[in-house]
Ligand binder design. Structure first.
Ligand SMILES: [Zn+2]
Length: 387
């Protein structure tokens, strides 16, 4: 018996201008063999869709100077394996890390901020920081229209939530969804209950009355941001040094912070103005337009005519145009007039569709009941649906 010669392994990374084909050429795979490898790869994934930074491991048998095996890491969870088979034919397979699904239950009292309460919750303490941030982000996203987390939270407010989580073998969260949540703000309970009317995974959250908790527009285009200047008909302009109207809202944020479009729509402008710097305008239903100014950069794939969906990142905070520091200047127009996005009554999303009321009653009762395993001062409401 003789020992197998060890493999040597080289790790490469795709970068701008360096394709999978280029890496294979560097590894000594010429013409027809390279075509075979790429054909085997294409059975799993389109090589043109590989992103810069993708890791490629190439194993060679030094005794035969032959590439035997290639691994391409598509993302954290999926890897494509390519192996030389009998007769020099290349085969491919994809492996996906197995995940498990469980439900996280948490509840607590807020003594300073929701952020502080969830981050220091002893039940959640063992979880990666990023996962806890994710919980707060989801709570903020579903309750943003009901409770202003930066201004309205009081000491003694409480929260309860049940969160379904898909976990990797190392315990980190791959994906998750908020099933049910309660936030008691100044004695008043607010509910958000997940329901998917069409069963296509694109459901949303409703309150106990079956009304959507969402509005057609997000409350703010940047998560966890601070308002630095409100809509006013008259303020002293720091650069122009005159009193002018400020008919928009400014959000202070670090340069490079992602800016999210506040509602579904179509990009109407992506350009430059001396005042606004890099600016994007988006047209929405019912005569609304939103404007995002002083951007440092536009997100990839955003151009005039691009369809965008609520929460999609369209650009990044900067200080282009007339700006003293990095911030986002956000405007809302309705039928050509600028309106205050913080005080306008935002159109509501649709309630639970009439055809789905039976399933809503059943599923929402079950989801709300998940909160019952948690301590909380409130008696849970019974779910209702108006016919
Ligand atoms: Zn402004």
């Amino acid at each position: 018996m003789h020992a197998r010669a060890p493999y040597t392994e080289e790790v490469h990374r795709l970068s701008f201008g360096l394709t999978l084909g280029g890496i294979l050429t560097d590894a000594g795979l010429g013409g027809s063999e390279q075509q075979q490898v790429l054909a085997a790869f294409r059975e799993q994934f389109n090589p043109r869709r590989l992103r810069a930074g993708t890791e490629i491991r190439i194993r060679t048998r030094p005794d035969r100077e032959l590439v035997e095996r290639i691994e391409v890491g598509l993302n954290r969870d999926s890897t494509i394996f390519l192996a030389r088979g009998a007769g020099g034919r290349w085969n491919s397979a994809v492996t996906v890390l197995p995940t498990t699904v469980d439900t996280v239950y948490a509840s607590g009292e807020i003594t300073s901020t929701l952020w502080e309460a969830v981050m220091t919750d002893p039940v959640l303490a063992a979880m990666p920081r990023g996962d806890r941030t994710n919980f707060i982000d989801r709570l903020d996203r579903v309750f943003q229209w009901r409770v202003d987390f930066t201004r309205a939270i009081r000491v003694g407010d409480t929260y309860r939530f049940a969160f379904e989580r898909e976990k990797r073998p190392n315990g980190s969260m791959r994906s998750g969804s908020l099933l049910a949540a309660e936030l008691v703000n100044d004695g008043k309970p607010w509910y958000a209950i997940w329901f998917d009317p069409n069963g296509d995974g694109r459901g949303t959250w409703y309150d106990e009355e079956g009304e959507s908790v969402r509005r057609a527009f997000l409350m703010r285009p940047i998560a966890f941001s601070r308002i630095s200047s409100r809509f006013t008909m008259s303020r002293f302009h720091p650069i122009l040094r005159t009193w002018r109207a400020h008919r928009g809202v400014d959000y202070a944020a670090d340069a490079g912070t992602p800016v999210e479009v506040t509602a579904d729509g179509v990009v109407a402008r992506r350009g430059w103005s001396d005042t606004y710097g890099r600016v994007i305008d988006v047209n929405h239903a019912n005569g609304f337009l939103t404007r995002y100014a002083h951007l440092s950069d536009f997100a990839g794939g955003i151009g005039v005519g691009t369809r965008v969906t609520q929460g999609q990142v369209i650009g990044y905070v900067g200080m282009t145009g007339l700006a003293t520091g990095p911030h986002l200047h956000y405007e809302m127009h309705r039928r050509g007039n600028r309106v205050d996005p913080l005080s306008i009554e935002l159109p509501a999303d649709d309630p639970v569709p009439a055809d789905d009321l039976d399933r809503w009653l059943l599923e929402s009762e079950a989801r709300l009941a998940l909160l019952e395993r948690l301590p909380g001062a409130q008696t849970l409401p019974s779910v209702r649906a108006d016919e």
